[in-house]
Design a protein. Structure first.
Length: 141
């Protein structure tokens, strides 16, 4: 099964063969990109003067999508991936900004911050096999 996720079967990670750990290569770039998305969205949120209690209260809200794993892993992965995709949040932020809807922009920036933080910490989009199988490698080892 490791080969189907592009993982090195010798050590179970998603880095290139011969390089141990996910701190090298594409995974490191994706994690750095996540950190940048978190920092940029938090900076824009601060610049807009939005509520920090709201930020703290909603930061983990996208993880409620994990509840769909109670149905089955395929549905859980699909729901989690929808809730953790920049493809929804970036247009939402753009809409909030252009339409002058600060509440929409605030929620979108919090959502982007959540996704970025997850990626920076190594939590990626899910495969339908089990929760720990992600595009950034396996979690929960």
């Amino acid at each position: 099964m490791a080969a189907s996720f592009g993982m090195d079967a010798r050590n179970g990670d998603s880095s290139a063969p011969g390089i141990s750990g996910a701190a090298h290569g594409p995974c490191a770039v994706l994690r750095l990109e996540g950190a940048a998305a978190f920092a940029a969205s938090a900076a824009l949120y601060a610049h807009a003067g939005f509520s920090w209690p709201l930020f703290a209260g909603l930061l983990l809200a996208p993880d409620l999508a994990m509840l769909f794993y109670l149905v089955n892993p395929r549905i859980g992965a699909a729901a989690y991936n929808v809730a953790h995709a920049y493809a929804l949040t970036l247009p939402l932020a753009l809409f909030g900004f252009l339409a002058g809807r600060p509440a929409v922009l605030a929620v979108a920036l919090i959502w982007i911050a959540h996704i970025g933080l997850d990626r920076a910490l190594g939590y990626g989009l899910k495969y339908p096999t089990r929760f720990g199988d992600t595009h950034l490698g396996r979690t929960g080892r």
